[in-house]
Design a protein around this ligand. Structure first.
Ligand code: ZN
Length: 52
């Protein structure tokens, strides 16, 4: 549709509602069989979802 593909995605933690643009504020961990996951820096949850 429009040219919005270059905008940084916003991520939201399901556990504590922490919200920040994807990037340095978020931790990343490697999980066997899954790959790299984003982890909340506030509570350590990996239940993080893209917001739009
Ligand atoms: Zn959190």
């Amino acid at each position: 549709m429009s040219t919005s593909s270059t905008e940084p995605a916003t991520l939201v933690c399901h556990a504590c509602r922490f919200s920040a643009p994807a990037g340095d504020e978020w931790d990343t961990i490697e999980v066997t069989g899954v790959g790299t996951m984003t982890r909340c820096p506030e509570c350590g949850s990996t239940r993080v979802e893209h917001k739009r």
